[in-house]
Design a protein around this ligand. Structure first.
Ligand SMILES: Cc1ncc(COP(=O)(O)O)c(C=O)c1O
Length: 380
């Protein structure tokens, strides 16, 4: 059997990792400014994370959600405190798409309505409702086209008000990332987030904050929507939550009631997943990683703004993007092959930086130096 060929692959076989670095099968070391697509939060193979997972593995890896699992309760308590939402309730699942799927479904249960408002440039995952709310028609199959999702222009308060004025009472949920990732590192403005909050309150809709990529301290605040000083009704999270162990969740405001059977999953919140999730929160707290993301993000952004060949450097914390003009189109590949640095991209012509949140100033400087040299190589 061969692999179903859906991923364009970089020509590297990564076999080992530590901190901000990964190694290939020929023992070449790479600086990871991509974090395995924003997944690495506390650093590759952090010793506390390895220890928590391995000691849990020796006790029990999994039992179903039909029994008490105090590790889930511990994770929920820590997450409530760290995220500044101790009164919210946690539902655990396995991936970002599943988190968004459950959030939108819950909003529909709660309101009894069907319409979902999403925005241009949004990415919310590949499962049925999540992909319907994703603004890329090449990801949606005909079966995903339900007619229940409407796309409005991102960051356009007037368009949102106008839509709510006509259809507000049909809207179950408004879903938005605080910083669009796949969409090219586009920050939701404070006014836009405040308008979503106000309109959801006025019309009885649910505000879903997709924090799958931009959450978990990456922006320098626990949720990137916190920069707008508004509270969402449901936060969805995944990537950084397990530092590479598949764990995801939705944090649900206390006014949304639970009922047995309304949501469910076999694997979500397993003992092993909780051990990984607890280790991440412990390390984030003891090492002050959200603060480090803010500081290193500011440092990187200032340094990058000095490189005149790249354009429109933007982002928050360690979620940074910049535009690459045509002459620098091979930059990502050049950084990989000549400087052994992994970066991300977002179409069209955007390089995305999503490193682990423990990135040091020295590592950030190594990246900036390499980027300067790579730009020189390509423009000489
Ligand atoms: C903002 C956002 N939401 C949802 C998802 C989907 O997450 P997953 O791939 O874990 O299903 C992603 C993945 O890139 C994402 O960036």
């Amino acid at each position: 059997m061969k692999l179903f060929d859906v991923y364009p692959l970089l020509p590297v076989n990564i076999v080992r990792a530590e901190g901000a670095y990964v190694w290939d099968d020929r023992d070449n070391r790479y600086l990871d400014m991509y974090g395995g697509h924003a997944v690495i939060s506390i650093g590759h193979n952090h010793p506390r994370w390895v220890e928590r997972i391995t000691s849990q593995l020796r006790k029990i890896a999994f039992y179903s959600n039909s029994v008490i699992n105090t590790l889930q309760q511990e994770l929920a308590e820590r997450l409530g405190i760290m995220s500044g939402r101790p009164d919210y309730n946690l539902f655990l699942c396995n991936s970002g798409a599943e988190a968004n799927e459950n959030a939108l479904k819950l909003a529909s249960f709660y309101t009894g309505r069907k319409k979902v408002v999403a925005f241009t440039g949004a990415f919310h995952g590949r499962t049925s409702l999540a992909v319907s709310a994703t603004d890329n028609r090449s990801y949606t199959a005909p079966v995903n086209e339900t007619g229940n999702v409407v796309f409005l222009p991102f960051n356009d308060v007037a368009a949102l008000q106008e839509y709510f004025g006509r259809h507000g009472r049909e809207v179950a949920a408004v879903i938005t990332e605080g910083i669009q990732g796949v969409g090219g590192i586009r920050i939701a403005s404070g006014d836009f987030l405040a308008a979503i909050r106000e309109l959801c309150d006025t019309y009885g809709a649910v505000f879903v904050a997709d924090s799958v990529q931009c959450g978990y301290g990456r922006s320098g605040r626990f949720y990137s929507h916190d920069h707008g000083n508004v509270a969402a009704d449901i936060y969805t999270m995944a990537k950084g939550m397990g530092n590479g162990f598949p764990v995801a969740g939705i944090s649900i405001a206390p006014h949304i009631p639970a009922r047995h059977g309304m949501l469910g999953t076999t694997f979500g919140g397993s003992h092993l997943a909780c051990a990984a999730g607890i280790a991440v929160l412990e390390v984030m707290e003891t090492e002050g990683l959200a603060g480090n993301a803010l500081e290193m993000g500011a440092y990187l952004t200032t340094q990058l703004q000095d490189i005149k060949e790249i354009e429109n450097v933007r982002g928050r914390g360690l979620m940074i993007g910049f535009d690459v003009p045509g002459a620098l189109a091979p930059l990502k590949r050049h950084l990989l092959e000549h400087y052994r640095i992994l970066t991300g991209e977002a179409a069209p012509n955007v390089i995305r930086l999503l490193p682990g949140l423990a990135l040091s100033r020295e590592e950030a400087s190594v990246f900036v130096q390499a980027l300067r040299s790579a730009v020189n190589d390509l423009t000489r």
